[in-house]
Design a binder for this molecule. Structure first.
Ligand code: NAP
Length: 252
């Protein structure tokens, strides 16, 4: 039998997994993207774009498309689709593997203020600085829109839309970012506080090093919890075995 694996994507991990699993003979891979980015990068296997219509819609799609297993490789902050994947897997009886890159850990010299949400980050900001580098994504700007006395620098892949803070410079860029990039950005915009989600990717961790070097406070938004009873693997290499796929034949 040729297993059909649905990867819930939108991350580097999902792209790597699609390439890894598609390379196995007989495995059919479909990656699902939410459709937030106008031009997503190329990836192996089939791609479908757009929401499913909640957990029920996803369960229906899994049945229709004769999916055999689901891999949730979405971003650690994409909590709704992760909850929907858990419900749909239960409803259909399909195996679900959740992949989460490890979170970041503070090291000596870091001045982190860990908070539970974007709105808690907004509450913390006025006491910490006046020129804010916001790297939490363009869709979360509404939480900061009332902070009219602070200057914001927002970095995102696509232009942000209101509601957003009035005093705002937009830097359009797609990671990964080097330490030199991050030092230059912080200096050029005279940033005195950084806000980030605990995304936990090396591709975007250089900003934490640059902030440490400059002695800047960093507001770190904690990850939302996984749904009850769901555990995640952190190593992509563990996914094929969790899916019950046999190792590819050795090339030696
Ligand atoms: P979310 O809040 O968890 O999901 C909201 C809705 O978007 C879901 O209910 C679902 O709609 C749809 N959706 C989300 N991911 C989908 C996927 N991979 N395929 C099909 N539909 C999807 O998600 P989000 O935080 O807006 O993130 C959207 C996507 O961007 C995710 O795929 C995530 O991996 C990626 N991403 C998110 C972040 C972040 O910081 N949140 C950062 C980088 C990349 P229906 O209920 O209609 O099915």
């Amino acid at each position: 039998m040729s297993p059909h694996v649905l990867i819930l994507g939108g991350t580097t991990e999902a792209r790597l997994l699609a390439a890894e699993l598609s390379a196995r003979s007989g495995v059919r891979v479909t990656t699902s993207l939410a459709g937030r980015v106008a031009r997503p990068g190329a990836q192996a296997g089939d791609v479908r774009i757009g929401g499913f219509g909640g957990a029920e819609g996803l369960a229906g799609w899994l049945r229709e498309q004769r999916v055999d297993a689901v891999v949730d490789a979405t971003h650690p902050f994409a909590a709704r689709i992760t909850a929907n994947a858990a419900l749909a897997a239960t409803a259909t009886g399909l195996p679900l593997v959740v992949v989460r890159r490890p979170g970041w850990q503070p090291v000596p010299g870091d001045r982190w203020h860990t908070v539970a949400s974007l709105s808690a980050a907004a509450d913390a900001l006025p006491g910490l600085g006046r020129r804010v580098l916001l790297t939490t994504g363009r869709l979360g700007l509404a939480a900061f829109a009332h902070l009219t006395d602070l200057h914001f620098v927002v970095r995102s892949v696509e232009p942000p839309e209101p509601p957003m803070p009035p005093d705002l410079d937009v830097v359009l860029a797609r990671g990964p970012f080097t330490l030199a990039d991050e030092r230059a950005l912080l200096r050029e915009h005279r940033v005195d506080v950084l806000v980030t989600k605990d995304s936990g990717s090396e591709a975007t961790s250089a900003k934490l090093t640059a902030a440490r070097e400059l002695g800047l406070p960093v507001v770190v938004v904690r990850r939302p919890p996984l749904p009850p009873g769901v555990t995640a693997v952190t190593d992509l290499a563990d996914v094929p075995e969790r899916l019950g796929l046999t190792p590819p034949p050795s090339s030696s």
